[in-house]
Ligand binder design. Structure first.
Ligand code: 13P
Length: 210
């Protein structure tokens, strides 16, 4: 994608996420791969009010080349680009229900967003829980790197989701799907709930590879 098309799309999709309550204040950060590097939201910026010319630009080695100072979680984004070939965008949000889920004490760390509906399996896949570390701690990137690219999305404990995909629109859709599934899981708490079976999950994974 060209630099200018990616800036426009990043501004539009970020504003849309903000306006629908998927991010508040200056929470969250989003990056997108362009022909000659990476664009990433500046640190402390609000997703609702990004300015195209101020978006941080990094070269292919993730060195800051222009725009405002990049998100302090650039290493988290880099871990996805480096370990998952074909990654075109990464979205990190503090969306309410996914963040609520990330605080549950009894999550399965290997599959922390239960397969409730087909779309979360198709769009997000199996989500790994990354243990709590403070925002901006480079060890968060090491933890994602240690997964060896096996997961398109992770949930940062007591913090929020990080979702990668081949392009920005797809990554945003996946982040929305993860949030909506987390909302359903929170709503259904305390109810006996029918999850998709392993065979149903396998069928979806084979039919819709990511
Ligand atoms: P940045 O403002 O540095 O991108 O950090 C925001 C955030 O969501 C931290 O988790």
């Amino acid at each position: 994608m060209t630099d200018s098309a990616a800036r426009d799309l990043l501004v539009r999709l970020s504003r849309s996420l903000f306006e629908r309550g998927f991010s508040v204040g200056s929470a969250g950060n989003i990056s997108v791969a362009v022909d000659d590097g990476i664009l990433i939201t500046p640190t402390n910026s609000c997703l609702g009010f990004l300015e195209p010319a101020r978006i941080s630009k990094l070269d292919r080695d993730f060195r800051h080349v222009s725009g405002d100072k990049p998100s302090k979680e650039v290493f988290l984004h880099r871990a996805f680009y480096d370990t998952r070939p074909g990654t075109g965008a990464v979205v990190h949000l503090h969306s309410t229900h996914a963040t609520a889920l990330s605080c549950f004490a009894d999550l399965d760390p290997d599959d922390c967003v239960a397969p409730l509906t087909p779309y979360v399996v198709m769009r997000v896949g199996r989500v790994k829980l990354v243990p709590y570390m403070r925002p901006g701690d480079p060890r968060l990137g090491d933890a994602v790197r240690a997964l060896g690219g096996a997961h398109a999305a992770v949930l940062l404990a007591n913090h929020g989701p990080v979702v990668s995909a081949t392009d920005l629109q797809t990554a945003v859709y996946a982040a929305e799907e993860l949030e909506e599934t987390a909302k359903l899981l929170v709503l259904l708490q305390g109810r006996p709930t029918r999850l998709l079976t392993p065979a149903q999950v396998d069928e979806l994974t084979a039919a819709f590879p990511k």
